[in-house]
Design a protein around this ligand. Structure first.
Ligand code: SF4
Ligand code: SF4
Length: 353
């Protein structure tokens, strides 16, 4: 654990704000932001519908607007920025955006499909963790993400290691790759990194501006595993993590996933014991320059035009999906655990820094 990286005044302040939010029901303040800077992508993965969104219009936040929003976020107390896309490294201002966010002392995570890393090595040195998609064996990874992508991914891992840039992998479990867990972990061990696991996501009806594919599509592609296989996969992950395998996902998240009632449902009004603080302590700025409480509000409820409202006013007016208490979405659940000050979960992540 690198204490120097963690014990920073703005992170300590964020911890105190989380504590206050856990005590005072009506207290809200932004600590983290998911920033989808572009819907543009150079891949066409089977588990994603960004290409469908792009057929209508590519959505992208212009660099100068993005920098202004990050400035406003920093002023409002945001310390954690998750930059995502589309493929964020296709945004022509990405290097400048990363460097600006770091100048505001933010913790930066960047999710990428690993195809453009070599062009941005200098800026990526300012990113705290690069999250790369890794969907299993070469055959399954290439089936899900496109021919030859596996080879690119491995070359990229070599490059990041050589340049001392911290990276983790994220595997979207589905019917094709649910038996590839051990293979993914063998690669994590080889490159001395951590593997995170999430479950394939989809909506049960098409929501055009949301990047998740609809249920029919993933069903036609035979990507939805049986409930019993999903539960067995999460049980296996818990056991492997107990055995010391390099699994990033927290025990709390893995146990939560094991206990999820019906995997065909993405969001639930049931309280699984992890309070959702989307719109209270974190939010999502999408590539349409609208602010949402979480990524699943996109297309489901109206976003707030941040160009008109500014960041903090927009944040203060955020609405959540009515009656939504829990979702089986890894990033939101892990976030909610941290903001709920779940100490085991916090230690799980800090120990990997
Ligand atoms: S999953 Fe990521 S890399 Fe694949 S098409 Fe969607 S945005 Fe692009
Ligand atoms: S539980 Fe919270 S983060 Fe998850 S979909 Fe519902 S509102 Fe969004």
């Amino acid at each position: 654990m690198n204490l120097k990286k963690i014990l920073k005044p703005n992170f300590i302040k964020a911890g105190l704000k989380s504590l206050t939010a856990n005590i005072l029901k009506d207290y809200k303040t932004p600590i983290g932001v998911y920033l989808t800077i572009t819907s543009r992508c150079n891949l066409n993965c089977k588990c994603c519908d960004f290409q469908k969104i792009n057929q209508k219009k590519i959505l992208e936040i212009p660099t100068e607007n993005c920098i202004e929003y990050i400035r406003q976020m920093a002023d409002a107390g945001v310390v954690k920025l998750n930059i995502t896309g589309g493929e964020p490294l296709l945004h022509k201002g990405i290097d400048e955006i990363i460097k600006f966010a770091k100048s505001k002392k933010m913790f930066i995570a960047l999710s990428t499909n690993a195809t453009k890393i070599s062009e941005h090595l200098d800026a990526l040195k300012f990113v705290d963790v690069v999250m790369m998609s890794f969907d299993g064996s070469p055959k399954n990874h290439n089936y899900l993400r496109g021919a030859d992508n596996f080879e690119t991914l491995i070359k990229t891992m070599e490059l990041l290691k050589k340049n001392n840039i911290n990276f983790w992998t994220t595997t979207t479990l589905n019917k094709k790759n649910i038996n590839d867990i051990e293979f993914v972990l063998s690669i994590a061990k080889k490159y001395n990194t951590y593997a995170n696991f999430v479950l394939i996501q989809f909506f049960d009806k098409v929501i055009e501006s949301n990047s998740l594919p609809d249920y029919q599509k993933v069903q036609q592609l035979e990507l939805i595993p049986d409930d019993k296989d999903i539960r067995a996969a999460f049980e296996k992950l818990i056991k492997l993590k107990k055995d010391g395998e390099p699994i990033g996902s927290s025990f709390e998240f893995l146990n939560f996933m094991k206990s999820w009632d019906d995997y065909k449902i993405l969001m639930s009004s049931k309280n699984y014991g992890i309070k959702c603080v989307a719109g209270k302590l974190y939010c999502h700025l999408f590539a349409d320059e609208k602010l949402y409480a979480c990524g699943h509000c996109i297309g489901a409820i109206d976003g707030i035009d941040i160009k008109k409202s500014g960041f903090i006013n927009g944040f203060n007016d955020l609405q959540k999906i009515p009656n939504c208490q829990s979702c089986r979405v890894a990033c939101d659940t892990e976030n909610n655990l941290i903001y709920n000050l779940n100490l085991k979960s916090i230690f799980n992540w800090l120990s990997k820094m």
